[in-house]
Write a protein that binds this ligand. Structure first.
Ligand SMILES: CC(C)(COP(=O)(O)OP(=O)(O)OC[C@H]1O[C@@H](n2cnc3c(N)ncnc32)[C@H](O)[C@@H]1OP(=O)(O)O)[C@@H](O)C(=O)NCCC(=O)NCCS
Length: 334
C-alpha cells in the first residue's frame, strides 16, 4: 500500500494587507497626443474621461516600477520582503519573452528566493493574481504573496492609432495578500470569451514581424465599439454575481473599483448595477489613462490616499480586457 502524502495547511481566510503604487514622472496631457491622431482634448475627455496619462522613461522599467510599488505595499502591510513566499506579476508589456519579470522583481526586492512567475490575462490580470494569492494563502502553499500589476503600454501602442493612442498608459500597482482573521477576499467570478479573441490584440505575432521587410514593434489593436458594448453590458452582470457570491448587497458596498478602461464604461456599469449614490467610484483614469493590469491597484491606492476608501470598507473589484478575459471579487480595504 502506498504511503499517504502530507497536505499543505493554510489559513481559513486571506485578505489584502497593503497596497502600493508607482506612477511615471512624465505626465502627458491630451494636447501632446491629439495632433498625431487628428483628435482634440474635448473629444478625448468626452469619449473616455482621460485628461492626462503617465508615460514611463527608459529608467522606469517594468522591474523598477514594480519594485517601487511593491516597497510601498510591503511597508503598508508591515511585511518584510524576506517573508514573501511568492511574487505574481500581471503584465502584457514585459518585452522579454523569457524569463519572467517576476524573478527579477523578487530578487531586486530582497525576497529570500520567493517563487515568482508572470500572469498573462491583460487588463484582467490583477484580479486573477488576487485570486491565485488568496487561494495560495488559504491552501498553504504561501503565507504572504505579492501581487503586482505593471505595464509600459506606451512601448506597444502606436502614436498614430486613433483608437488606442489616447487610451493606453504606464504604471505599476502592488498588493500584499496574507492571512486574515475574517474573510477579506470574497469568491471570484471569472471567465473568458475566446470567441472574441481578436477584439484587443497584438497586431501580428513575432514570426510575422521578423519575416517582414521593415520590422516594427507590433502594436496593440482594439475594436473599440465592440469592446465598449461587451464591457458595458456583460461586465455589470459579472460584478453583481461577485457581490452575490460574497453575500454583499449593493447597499452594503462602500467602493466600486472597476478596471479603468473608459469613464463611460464605468458609468454604464454603475447605472446597470443600480449603485446607490453613497458608493464611491474609482476615477483614476482621468489622470492615469488605461494602464491595463496596473489600473485597479493604482485606482485603489488613489482612493485610499484621498480618503475615498477607508480601512474596513467593502470594495468591489472587477477587471476585464483582452482575451476576452475577466475576474471580479469583493475585498475589504486594508
Ligand atoms: C475608443 C472609443 C473611445 C471610441 O469611441 P467611439 O464612440 O466608439 O468612437 P467610434 O469609433 O464609434 O467613432 C465615432 C466618431 O469619432 C471619430 N473618432 C474616432 N477616434 C477618434 C479620435 N481618437 N479622435 C477624434 N475622433 C475620433 C470617428 O471617426 C467617428 O466619426 P464619425 O462619427 O464622423 O464617423 C470607444 O470605443 C471605447 O472607449 N471603447 C472601449 C475601449 C476600452 O475601454 N478598451 C479597453 C478595454 S480593456
Amino acid at each position: 500500500m502506498s504511503a499517504p502524502l502530507q497536505a499543505d495547511q493554510g489559513t481559513s481566510y486571506a485578505g489584502i494587507l497593503g497596497i502600493g503604487a508607482y506612477r511615471p514622472a512624465r505626465v502627458v496631457p491630451n494636447s501632446e497626443v491629439v495632433e498625431a491622431i487628428d483628435s482634440s482634448d474635448e473629444w478625448i475627455q468626452q469619449r473616455s474621461g482621460i485628461k492626462t496619462r503617465g508615460f514611463a522613461d527608459d529608467s522606469e522599467t517594468i522591474v523598477a516600477m514594480s519594485v517601487a510599488a511593491s516597497r510601498d505595499a510591503l511597508a503598508q502591510a508591515g511585511v518584510d520582503p524576506r517573508q514573501v513566499d511568492c511574487v505574481v506579476v500581471a503584465t502584457v508589456s514585459h518585452l522579454l519573452q523569457t524569463p519572467s519579470a517576476a524573478t527579477a522583481i523578487a530578487h531586486e526586492l530582497g525576497t529570500d528566493g520567493a517563487a515568482a512567475f508572470d500572469v498573462s490575462a491583460a487588463c484582467a490580470g490583477f484580479c486573477h493574481g488576487i485570486t491565485l494569492a488568496s487561494d495560495m494563502v488559504r491552501g498553504g502553499s504561501a503565507r504572504y504573496v505579492l501581487v503586482i500589476g505593471v505595464e509600459r503600454l506606451s512601448d506597444i501602442t502606436s502614436r498614430t492609432d486613433r483608437g488606442t493612442a489616447f487610451i493606453f498608459a504606464d504604471g505599476a500597482g502592488a498588493a500584499v495578500v496574507g492571512p486574515s482573521d475574517v474573510p477579506a477576499i470574497g469568491p471570484v467570478v471569472w471567465g473568458s470569451d475566446g470567441e472574441q479573441y481578436d477584439l484587443i490584440r497584438q497586431r501580428e505575432d513575432w514570426r510575422d514581424v521578423i519575416a517582414s521587410d521593415a520590422p516594427v514593434m507590433p502594436h496593440l489593436t482594439m475594436q473599440g465599439n465592440e469592446v465598449f458594448r461587451w464591457a458595458s453590458f456583460s461586465m455589470a452582470k459579472v460584478a453583481l454575481q461577485a457581490l452575490d457570491r460574497a453575500g454583499v448587497s449593493v447597499d452594503q458596498l462602500d467602493c466600486f473599483v472597476p478596471h479603468q478602461a473608459n469613464n463611460r464604461i464605468t458609468d454604464a456599469m454603475a447605472r446597470s448595477m443600480k449603485l446607490p449614490p453613497h458608493v464611491r467610484i474609482a476615477r483614476d483614469i482621468v489622470d492615469a489613462g488605461n494602464t491595463s493590469a496596473a489600473s485597479i491597484p493604482l485606482a485603489l491606492d488613489r482612493m485610499m490616499r484621498d480618503g475615498d476608501a477607508r480601512s474596513g470598507d467593502v470594495a468591489l473589484l472587477i477587471a476585464f480586457g483582452a482575451g476576452l478575459s475577466y475576474a471580479a471579487q469583493v475585498v475589504t480595504i486594508p
